[in-house]
Design a protein around this ligand. Structure first.
Ligand code: FES
Length: 372
């Protein structure tokens, strides 16, 4: 605050505590601050402390080597990432205590990418703390709109900042950082290119409900997670079951690929009055009002696990997509754009529910390559 400024009630401008005025209850400044606007002296900047690298060229070179080492190690981890991406088989797993089986490739890719970026980060921090200029500067406040002269000054300040990093004087750092950042971009590009690649719709359709995975025989519907078969007469009107195919047992026994197999195979089964089912195909693909649908939401793949017995609606808890079971799981609310795929079921000679064929369309979220 300068000599020409006045102080309004309620403002201090000096960080002093507000005190209420006795007459009208409004807050105002303590008298001492009004009469003595320089009450708080400018503490100024503390004395500048020189770092070892500021005065000692050997220390500066040592710091430079340390920074370059970190960038170099980052490059090494990025190379580990690249090699692992191609070298580690997709199905390789190992046991992580306390977590269970983990995909070797995921763990190695995650760790190597994490260390690569971590080392770039700590290298940059070390560089800034030991070599870049740490001279304290005072910047006066100024109006928001800048003049051409101010802009030119800003450009000069940026150039000065770049010069203070000494990046042009220290080619070792310049090139090692360039190499680390450049290589780091490669795995990101690979990931993006990989995830945007063409989608194989046939592959999306395939789940372990495909009878080919069961020697061509129909696949029994099993309770999840007990893995016990379900008889038609056990499914009472209004009841609901969470279901897995009997082919999942093989994955459970081997302890491999269980999550991947389960993720696409989850099915929900319910029984309602057959006369309520308005779509002939849906009725024909069920048995006496027992219908089975994929439990994977066609929005972004959450488990559609809530069944409203009174309305015959299936609800996805993630974004509230609602599917009407009486209308072949048509979407009647929410962001999903496609009905839940139905699984055709029938009954075997022993009275158990079986699926004679797999899903006829991809389960899960919609893709732009799909017809629907
Ligand atoms: S995932 Fe089901 S509504 Fe979004």
């Amino acid at each position: 605050m300068n000599d020409h400024e006045t102080t309004e009630p309620g403002q201090t401008g000096h960080g002093a505590a507000l005190v209420p005025a006795a007459a009208d209850g409004q807050e105002t400044l303590p008298a001492s601050l009004v009469t003595d606007p320089d009450h708080f002296a400018n503490p100024g900047l503390p004395p500048h402390v020189h770092r070892a690298a500021d005065d000692n060229p050997a220390a500066a070179r040592r710091a430079e080597r340390q920074v370059a080492t970190m960038f170099g190690l980052s490059m090494l981890f990025t190379l580990v990432f690249l090699v692992s991406y191609f070298a580690i088989p997709d199905e390789a797993t190992f046991f992580l205590p306390g977590i269970g089986r983990a995909k070797t490739q995921n763990v190695v890719l995650g760790l190597s990418l994490g260390f690569a970026i971590f080392l770039i980060g700590i290298g940059a921090v070390h560089w800034a703390k030991t070599l870049m200029s740490d001279v304290e500067m005072v910047e006066e406040r100024h109006a928001q709109a800048s003049t051409l002269e101010q802009r030119a000054k800003a450009v000069a300040t940026v150039n000065e900042g770049v010069a203070s990093t000494q990046v042009n004087r220290r080619p070792l750092i310049k090139y090692s950082l360039g190499g680390a950042l450049g290589l780091f971009a490669l795995p990101l590009g690979l990931q993006v290119a990989g995830s945007l690649g063409p989608v194989n719709v046939e592959e999306l359709k395939h789940t372990i409900w495909d009878p080919k995975d069961n020697g061509g025989k129909p696949i029994r519907l099993m309770r999840d997670p007990e893995m016990t078969p379900i008889r038609l007469d056990e499914v009472t009107n209004g009841s609901v079951f969470h279901v897995m195919p009997e082919t999942l047992q093989k994955y459970l026994d081997e302890g491999k690929g269980v999550l991947e197999a389960k993720a696409k195979a989850a099915v929900i089964l319910m029984r309602l009055d057959p006369d309520l089912i308005t779509v002939p195909k849906a009725r024909d693909w069920g048995v006496d009002g027992v219908l089975a649908y994929s439990k994977i939401c066609t929005h972004v793949g959450c488990a559609v696990g809530l069944y409203e017995q009174q309305t015959h609606h299936l609800l996805c808890p993630c974004h509230q997509s609602t599917f009407d079971v009486t209308q072949d799981c048509k979407v009647i609310f929410g962001p999903a754009r496609r009905p839940l795929p139905q699984l055709k079921i029938t009954v075997d000679d022993a009275g158990y529910l079986v699926a004679p064929q797999g899903f006829m369309e991809p389960v899960g979220p919609s893709f732009w390559e799909r017809a629907r």
